[in-house]
Ligand binder design. Structure first.
Ligand SMILES: NC(=O)c1ccc[n+]([C@@H]2O[C@H](COP(=O)([O-])OP(=O)(O)OC[C@H]3O[C@@H](n4cnc5c(N)ncnc54)[C@H](O)[C@@H]3O)[C@@H](O)[C@H]2O)c1
Length: 270
């Protein structure tokens, strides 16, 4: 799977637009940053990991992208305010916000460490709220904007070991609907994307954990456990999620808001 499809590439022109993408040093966030920059947008990469962020920035700039990296912990108000300030100082505007930063921890509720609960809710739910709070005023001023939040199939259905993740992602879907209602009059849409398993470092970690727990091979984890509820028996690639983000940023999607769009390999068809 390479670039988002050719027809979409031809029709989506984001020249002059500026995107802030959190969690963009890795996985889905990097593919989204790459896709937006290939459509002509200036991109502000934001991530907790400064080394990976600088590497991601180098990779984007190698392809002539106009981009910056800002080391950011999205769960911290101070960092998020600074992120938006740097975006405005460097590019003068913020048109697109993609809330992608995410973490995972798996354990039964009774064993779930409180500090990991706070971290997961802090990054994925509070972080999404803070980035919306500090980016959306710029979109309102410009009378145009796109907010895209990474939900998950686990924003819609549960999994027994993922309490904080499932709670955070259900919260993200609720927040998406609230913001969509409030900002529609300013030509701003707010949507969530809900992927099934995407091949990224976050999921590679889960596969390794499950292989250890069940004493089976990583390939067996993928086929027998992860893909069991899916109709299409393969993992998604990050670029497939990026394609949906590009579509939501395009004029074709100006009538879509408050939605939680599935790219779920048929998970929710059952
Ligand atoms: N991979 C999947 O199967 C899948 C499926 C559905 C939804 N998602 C969602 O997509 C998003 C990206 O996941 P991924 O699989 O690409 O993961 P990933 O681990 O490859 O990337 C996540 C990035 O978020 C960054 N991050 C973590 N904590 C942060 C913080 N406090 N502040 C800023 N950045 C922080 C990490 O450093 C990392 O670069 C997440 O929100 C995840 O829940 C992933």
């Amino acid at each position: 799977m390479g670039l988002p499809n050719a027809a979409l590439l031809k029709e989506t022109n984001l020249k002059g637009k500026v995107a802030v993408v959190t969690g963009s040093a890795s996985g889905i966030g990097f593919a989204i940053a790459q896709g937006l920059s290939r459509m002509g947008a200036g991109v502000v990469l934001a991530d907790l990991n400064p080394e990976a962020g600088q590497t991601a920035l180098g990779n984007l700039r190698n392809s002539d992208a106009t981009a910056e990296f800002v080391a950011t912990d999205v769960s911290k108000t101070h960092d998020v305010r600074r992120l938006m300030e740097v975006a405005i100082e460097r590019f003068g505007r913020i048109d697109i916000l993609v809330n992608d930063a995410g973490v995972q921890h798996m354990a039964p509720v009774v064993d779930f460490p409180e500090d990991r609960w706070d971290q997961l809710i802090g990054v994925m739910l509070t972080g999404t709220f803070l980035c919306c709070k500090y980016a959306v005023p710029h979109m309102i001023r410009q009378n145009w904007g796109r907010v895209i939040n990474l939900g998950s199939i686990h924003g819609k259905v549960a999994a027994p070991y993922k309490s904080a993740y499932v709670a955070a992602k259900h919260g993200v879907l609720g927040l998406t609907k609230v913001l969509a209602l409030k900002v529609a009059e300013h030509n701003i849409t707010c949507n969530a994307i809900c992927p099934a398993d995407v091949r990224t470092p976050l999921v590679e970690g889960q596969i390794a954990d499950q292989a250890r727990r069940h004493s089976i091979s990583p390939e067996e984890v993928i086929q027998k456990i992860m893909l069991a509820p899916a109709a299409i028996k393969r993992m998604l690639e990050p670029e497939e999620v990026a394609s949906l983000v590009l579509y939501l940023c395009s004029d074709h999607a100006s009538g879509i808001t408050g939605s939680a769009m599935d790219t779920d390999l048929g998970w929710n068809a059952r």
